[in-house]
Write a protein that binds this ligand. Structure first.
Ligand SMILES: [Zn+2]
Length: 160
């Protein structure tokens, strides 16, 4: 099922962690994170570790296949996204969205609820708003989707 993969990202991957959440993936961002922190989190919830630390991929849990891990080759966010999507062969769910700050799945709200919290022109031009129950931020498809689809457009263009 698209969007059902879960991740834990090391402290070097803050941008990627935010992007994964925006794209709907349950993603822990541990900062700071020792190897054992990352491995514990991966074991506990069946998460795939994404990391830039070569040494991490020599630990028994990963070499033995107990935990899934992906060593990211690049510092560039677009290259990282492309690698995650292609190497793990995952697809993005058009339905699930998460708060990039809290990793909380967003709830679709009735438009009127967003009125006090969003700029007037946004309220007037957008039809659908999602709310994070943790931080009470409102997200709308304009910016939210644009940032995801722009990244994707770049990634796909490069891949073709
Ligand atoms: Zn939030």
């Amino acid at each position: 099922m698209p969007g059902s993969e879960r991740f834990v990202a090391d402290h070097m991957l803050g941008k990627l962690a935010r992007w994964l959440r925006l794209a709907g993936f349950d993603t822990l961002y541990l900062k700071p994170a020792s190897y054992s922190d990352l491995i514990c989190a991966a074991k506990k919830d069946g998460r795939t570790i994404v990391s830039r630390h070569t040494g991490l991929f020599k630990v028994r849990e990963i070499t033995g296949g107990e935990i899934k891990g992906l060593l990211l080759r690049d510092d560039d966010i677009d290259a990282q996204i492309k690698q995650v999507l292609t190497d793990l062969d995952i697809r993005i769910s058009p339905v699930i969205r998460r708060c990039p700050e809290d990793n909380r799945q967003l709830d679709e709200t009735v438009k009127e609820q967003a009125r006090p919290f969003v700029p007037r022109y946004v309220y007037q031009t957008q039809q659908t708003f999602d709310r994070c129950a943790v931080c009470n931020r409102f997200y709308w498809r304009g910016t939210h989707y644009r940032s995801i689809s722009l990244r994707l457009a770049g990634v796909l263009k490069e891949a073709s």
